[in-house]
Write a protein that binds this ligand. Structure first.
Ligand code: GAP
Length: 459
């Protein structure tokens, strides 16, 4: 059961310093969110965990960081300029604007999607199922038109057609256009992947559900290149790999599912696509898209740029364009799923509520809190230990309020361990270490704390 609604989570995250509304003192900017002191730690931990498992410690993969602004021809080649669009429809009565496919998806609770349907088929579905305007209840819509999701801007001092550039709507194309450079410089052999983390921008028609769908967001994408004919094996490999990763990050297994795209839904170039979905309070939503994309992107760039992007197979001496499997995920979506999974409330025998954010250790903004029992007696030693532990893992020091309140504060922000510094520390060199989830306490030598926590942080 969800322990918290979306509205309550938004208020909680603001209160604790995880996520604030963007430009709040100016009345905000619709759909823009800023990550506060704890939010930035949490989001960095997600990115570092992904980088570790998908790039740094992965025997197949290497990393890249390409520019957000790219040559306009990139988007001509991939078809983004002509067809990276959403089907826009207006209610004729109240003039509210909708994504036609979203109207259908919401109406059918996700059972029917707009993928693969023409504008005419979408409208036909809306009318024959009497999907009325969610705002005013009318059943009278304009024709559906295409709305391009890319943000356009100008580079340089002259604002004309030639200076037009676009904020990238996905990081993936930065990888494809560097394929040759990476291949040459790394001397990698197939199969291998190139991973990248970075901001993407889409002028979404219906952003919403907090950070679930935003216009500016961060993606973690892997383009995994393999020999044609082996792609479905790799597709299945990455499908499980991504699911295991989410579970390791503490995302609730019971709320995760695969949704395989049907033949009708598949993009024309894909021979397999799965979404890993999470059950949010508003229903199942896509966390991770895993797609077998054949050689679509490399072929499009090869044709349009006239650069040969083929791979010379050293075993067979054949030249061919590799096939690609792409697991692509939004950092904010993992963060949201991890938070909904972690949030917990417990009521004790005195009828007091303890809020606990049961984040996986790898994600917790602080791994350890150092708390002097009595400020005037123990603060000096506690500060010394704080400095020592903070060199090894992210540690916070707190000397305000009584010890019970300080434990509660750390529970609510997900700190898995607290050490209390007291007279025993001064006399015997020991501290009491408390576990966030069990609330059990053990006594350790001050020097034993580092290996103890390092062991718990293994990921
Ligand atoms: N390169 C493939 C690609 O971008 P996508 O399904 O459009 O595929 C991949 O996006 C992932 O990026 C999604 O599964 C989702 O996690 C995240 N994402 C996409 N649009 C988003 C948005 N507007 N806000 C937040 N995350 C988004």
């Amino acid at each position: 059961m969800q322990k918290i609604s979306l509205e309550q989570l938004v208020a909680f995250l603001k209160e604790q310093g995880f996520i604030f509304q963007g430009s709040e003192i100016y009345g905000g900017l619709a759909n823009a969110w800023d990550y506060g002191p704890l939010g930035v730690e949490l989001i960095n931990n997600i990115k570092q965990a992904w980088w570790k498992k998908f790039v740094r410690n992965n025997k197949y993969n290497i990393g890249l960081d390409s520019a957000i602004l790219m040559n306009k021809e990139v988007w001509v080649a991939t078809g983004h300029l002509s067809s990276f669009t959403d089907p826009l429809v207006d209610c004729k009565k109240c003039h509210t604007r909708y994504r036609a496919d979203k109207l259908i998806e919401d109406f059918s609770n996700g059972a029917v999607t707009g993928d693969g349907k023409t504008n005419e088929e979408l409208l036909e579905y809306i009318y024959s199922n009497k999907i009325t305007c969610p705002n005013c209840g009318a059943l009278e819509y304009t024709d559906i038109r295409k709305f391009n999701l890319m943000f356009k801007t100008h580079q340089g001092v002259v604002e004309d057609n030639k200076s037009e550039v676009y904020l990238r709507p996905e990081t993936a194309q930065g990888i494809f256009v560097n394929f040759k450079n990476v291949l040459r410089s790394s001397r990698k052999k197939l199969p291998f992947g190139i991973g990248q983390i970075g901001k993407s921008f889409r002028n979404e028609i219906t952003p919403g559900n907090f950070i679930f769908r935003t216009r500016e967001f961060e993606q973690m994408e892997l383009e995994f290149f393999c020999k044609p004919g082996t792609e479905l094996e790799w597709f299945s490999y990455w499908r499980s790999f991504c699911m295991d990763f989410l579970i390791k990050l503490g995302v609730d297994k019971a709320k995760l599912r695969y949704r395989d795209h049907s033949k009708e839904e598949l993009s024309f170039y894909s021979n397999g696509t799965t979404d890993i979905e999470f059950e949010f309070p508003w229903g199942f939503g896509e966390l991770w898209g895993i797609a077998s994309r054949t050689d679509y992107d490399l072929k499009a760039h090869q044709t349009h740029s006239k650069e040969n992007l083929e791979y010379l197979d050293p075993e067979t001496n054949e030249k061919y364009l590799p096939y690609v499997v792409e697991p692509s995920v939004g950092v904010g979506r993992i963060l949201l799923a991890a938070l909904f999974s972690a949030y917990d409330e417990e009521v004790n025998e005195k009828n007091e509520t303890r809020v606990v954010l049961r984040l996986a250790n790898v994600l917790a903004p602080y791994k350890l809190a150092v708390l002097p029992l009595i400020k005037k007696n123990h603060a000096e030693k506690a500060n010394e230990l704080f400095e020592l532990y903070n060199e090894h893992f992210s540690t916070v020091y707190d000397e305000s309020a009584n010890i019970g309140k300080r434990y509660r504060r750390q529970d609510a922000i997900g700190t898995p361990y607290c050490v209390t510094v007291d007279d025993e520390t001064l006399n015997n060199g020991t501290v009491t270490l408390r576990d966030r989830d069990t609330m059990e306490q053990i006594v350790l030598k001050t020097t034993e704390v580092i290996p103890y926590i390092e062991e718990k942080l293994k990921f």
